[in-house]
Design a protein around this ligand. Structure first.
Ligand code: UGA
Length: 439
């Protein structure tokens, strides 16, 4: 099939390369000439394990090309995917749909008759039906159809999640669109992936609900961590015990600094904002609590850090391990690690941050922080080490060697991911959120 993919950011670039990889002719479209040039030159503009190989394979097959021209895309494709960003609106909790609308406006005049537009971006429920009206007004003779096909890929596992998803959800308005989507994904469906065909509103909501549920699970265990701190109980043992029940499951019950990134925080807010617009806000008002519990973990980490350096940050040197919002990613959008680093710096400490891959993005986001290219340099003469993003790299640190570099061997593991017994036996004082001092 001949597909176009509008938006070659994280979601679009991976989707375009994977669709070419399974045999489709794909044209990636973006307004950003530089991004297009990078991709066409086989250079991913972001860090994602395994993506470059897929990109190179797709380009070499001749099935993946790029353009900045919506007219060329309209002429080329039978199916047009919308993969642009839907960030949080400035000054409110709602989603900013201006990029989605810009794609629709640019594409509509060039649509060939019978074209199918498929949204993949995460949007508030009701967006597909609004876009359908918009396209019919802009291109009344095109007989275009609109479907929604949310994406569930995780950064760090994007290629794997696209080619071997847990489910494919499509919200369609016609039998023709349903058939097109089944044909398009046939190579993926062959391995038995569940195909859920529904209406666009349900499809839009599945995505928002999935991310909100994941966020709620994390905030639940972090609320329990707060209770553990007040009672001397151990949240890690609690999470393990809860997770043994298959109805609960252990995944996404990792307590600590909480969630960040470009998806979970904005999606819980967008869902509650949309629910408020629809007059059903009481049904999801607990999402405000999910958000509040999550944000509170950042201040809890700052407060514990202050306590560990004797009650004041003034004149203290703090090493921060991790800048990305999670490991295996160079994404620093709403990064809990950088937020904590900035708060501690504002409190008067000298903060030096290390990350294995996200340093460049972190420098752009927080130019006032100090950065180091290796762990030893970041930790030199530190009064406290904070472990804020659980890269595998940090699990391999030799605590005895690092003890000779810092001023005071004290570590706060805000991700509950280090073997603290090992650190203690190398002479470190250790602390973690939700755990007794000697856990
Ligand atoms: C999330 C969803 O997991 C994907 O299914 C979805 O497609 C994606 O958003 C999206 O909407 O595009 P992602 O943002 O890549 O994926 O990251 P996650 O792996 O979900 O992690 C989110 C945050 O939660 C990270 O900051 C992570 O450190 C934190 N987290 C995760 C915890 O604090 N505890 C956990 O147990 C799990």
């Amino acid at each position: 099939m001949r597909l176009t993919v509008f938006g070659t950011g994280y979601l679009g670039a991976v989707h375009a390369a994977c669709m070419a990889d399974i045999g489709h002719e794909v044209l990636g479209v973006d307004v950003d000439k530089e991004k297009i040039a990078c991709l066409a030159d086989r250079r991913p503009p972001f860090y994602e394990p395994g993506f470059q190989e897929t990109l190179v394979r797709a380009l070499e097959s001749g099935r993946l090309r790029f353009t900045t021209s919506p007219a060329a895309a309209g002429q080329f494709g039978d199916v047009h995917f919308i993969c642009v960003g839907t960030p949080q609106r400035t000054g409110s909790f709602g989603a900013d749909l201006r990029h989605v609308d810009a794609v629709v406006d640019a594409l509509a005049p060039h649509l060939r008759p019978g074209g199918l537009i498929v949204g993949k971006s995460t949007v508030p429920v009701g967006t597909a039906s609004r876009i359908t009206r918009r396209i019919r007004a802009l291109a009344p003779t095109a007989d275009a159809d609109v479907a929604w096909n949310p994406e569930f890929l995780r950064e760090g596992f994007a290629v794997q999640d696209t080619l071997r998803p847990h489910r494919l959800v499509v919200g369609v308005q016609s039998g023709r669109a349903d058939l097109t989507m089944r044909r398009l994904y046939a190579p993926i469906l062959r391995s038995g992936v569940p195909f859920i065909s529904t209406d666009p509103a349900t499809a839009e909501l599945v995505k928002m609900a999935a991310n909100s549920f994941l966020a709620a699970k994390i905030s639940f265990i972090n609320a329990m961590a707060e209770v553990c701190d007040a009672t001397g109980a151990d949240v890690m043992t609690l999470a393990d015990a809860l997770g043994c029940d298959p109805r609960i499951g252990r995944r996404f019950l990792n307590p600590g600094l909480g969630f960040g990134g470009g998806c979970l925080p904005k999606d819980i807010r967008a869902l509650s904002a949309r629910a408020e617009e629809l007059g059903v806000d009481q049904a999801v008002s607990f999402l405000h609590q999910v958000d509040a519990i999550n944000t509170r973990q950042r201040q809890r980490t700052v407060d514990l850090a202050r306590q560990l350096v004797g009650g004041s940050f003034a004149g203290r040197r703090i090493a921060v391990l991790g800048a990305a919002f999670k490991p295996n990613s160079d994404d620093v959008r709403d990064s809990p690690a950088l937020d904590v680093a900035a708060r501690i710096q504002r409190g008067g400490a000298q903060v030096c941050v290390h990350d294995p891959v996200a340093i460049d993005n972190a420098k752009t986001a927080h130019p006032s922080l100090e950065f180091a290219a290796d762990v030893s340099r970041a930790c030199r003469s530190a009064d406290l080490v904070l472990h804020l993003t659980e890269w595998q790299h940090y699990a391999q640190i030799d605590p005895a060697r690092l003890a000779s570099i810092v001023r005071t061997p004290t570590i706060l593991d805000a991700r509950n991911a280090l073997d603290l017994e090992l650190w203690r036996s190398a002479g470190w004082t250790t602390r973690a959120l939700g755990r007794p001092e000697d856990a």
